[in-house]
Design a protein around this ligand. Structure first.
Ligand code: P1T
Length: 377
């Protein structure tokens, strides 16, 4: 089936009790066992919930995956992946990932004996030279948050296969509509469903998808054992939202492209970073690996003062963390989403104080452009 057909139907069928077209919210913590030792396969809400299963099937289908597992947040999804590893294992990670991922790896998982090497994964040679005897996993974001750097997923997966390593891609910025890492050979794709998949800034959630049965079985065990499951209501809201993912993403994409084009010649801006612009260093890879360029644009102003002035003068954009909702947001990554990343790391990757990140929504693009140009002026 096509993407939109799957988005609307996959994982869902009329409810058995009433033929309700929309999957109900099974708001229950437990299930009756008619006689000792009998059940319909549902015994306890953390372990099994039909609304959650529908969401997992739905997003797995959109990601061309056999298996999906939903979590209570994107960070919980990343944490679940860490539990595939053991004390003493080594991980190679992109040096620009979401600040919360950096915090989890560097300031929590390191204390459990995991070893991390941070490299610029846009050059696969950097990954190759970081491989050690105890390396078990390669973790990338592409495009990265917030610098929008791309990594060649095919090249990473073939390097990993040669070295028997697990590959993970955080696909939050693209959504399954614009990129499917598994078709490039990646083992595990994850999303913060808080972002484009839910798309309405009213749910915190995460999902992990894979085609690997062994990884799925272990993560399913972990999902139940750690217990970071989403509520049935949050699953229902997200399932409601994926139905419109294709139309929302198309609009995010055209609005972001128009904004990037409108701002690139603005003399008050040093740099507009958007994979859809021909001068983006990974534009050719973007065209090859993705089906669109997404709704995230980062702009660099000369100083923090300029960035602050912009953030304080917008009227349609809202100054807030997060992204991927229908409404346009902007934020200051260096002090907000990436506050946990030490200054020397920010300096190394070029995350300067002048950078403002735009999550371009689906409003009328003329309003967004005049809002930004006024605030910049
Ligand atoms: O917020 P949560 O649902 O736990 O998702 C974490 C996460 C994981 N991966 C990426 C690429 C992300 O951007 C995020 C969350 N990011 C923000 C809150 C933000 O404003 O960038």
């Amino acid at each position: 089936m096509g993407f939109s057909t799957d988005a609307i139907h996959a994982g869902q069928q009329p409810d058995e009790a009433t033929n309700a077209v929309i999957t109900p919210i099974y708001m229950t913590s437990t299930y009756a066992q008619p006689e000792y030792g009998t059940s319909k396969g549902y015994k306890y809400g953390r372990t099994a919930n039909l609304t959650r299963f529908s969401l997992e099937r739905n997003i797995a289908t959109l990601e061309k995956a056999r298996y999906g597992l939903a979590f209570s947040s994107g960070v919980a999804a990343v944490h679940s992946i860490c539990t595939l590893l053991k004390n003493g294992d080594h991980v190679i990670v992109g040096d620009n990932v979401y600040g919360g991922t950096y915090r989890l790896f560097q300031f929590v998982m390191k204390d459990f004996g995991l070893d991390f090497t941070w490299v610029d994964t846009s050059d696969v040679a950097n990954i190759k030279s970081a491989i050690k005897e105890n390396t078990k996993l390669i973790y990338v974001e592409t495009p990265t948050n917030p610098l929008l750097t791309l990594t060649d997923l095919k090249a990473v997966s073939s390097l990993a296969k040669e070295n028997d390593l697990i590959t993970v891609c955080d696909n939050t910025f693209m959504s399954p509509y614009f990129q499917n890492p598994l078709i490039h050979g990646i083992d595990i794709t994850l999303h913060s469903t808080t972002k484009y998949l839910n798309g309405h800034s009213d749910v915190i959630g995460g999902i992990v998808v894979t085609n690997n049965e062994k990884i799925f079985e272990r993560l399913k065990y972990i999902q139940n054992a750690l217990g970071a499951v989403p509520s049935p209501f949050d699953c229902w809201l997200t399932l409601r939202s994926t139905k419109t993912l294709a139309v929302r993403m198309d609009r995010h994409n055209t609005n972001a492209m128009a904004i990037a084009n409108a701002l690139k010649s603005n003399p008050a801006i040093n740099r507009v970073i958007y994979p859809g612009l021909p001068d983006h260093p990974h534009h050719e890879l973007a065209k090859k690996q993705m089906n669109g360029f997404g709704g995230m644009v980062s702009i660099e102003l000369p100083s923090f003062e300029d960035a602050k002035r912009l953030m304080n003068h917008v009227k349609v954009f809202t100054l807030a963390e997060s992204l991927g909702g229908v409404e346009s947001l902007l934020c200051h990554p260096a002090s907000m989403t990436h506050a946990s990343v030490p200054k020397e790391v920010k300096d190394k990757i070029g995350l300067t104080d002048g950078i403002v990140r735009l999550s371009v929504g689906i409003e009328d693009v003329e309003d967004l452009i005049s809002d930004l140009t006024y605030a910049i002026k």
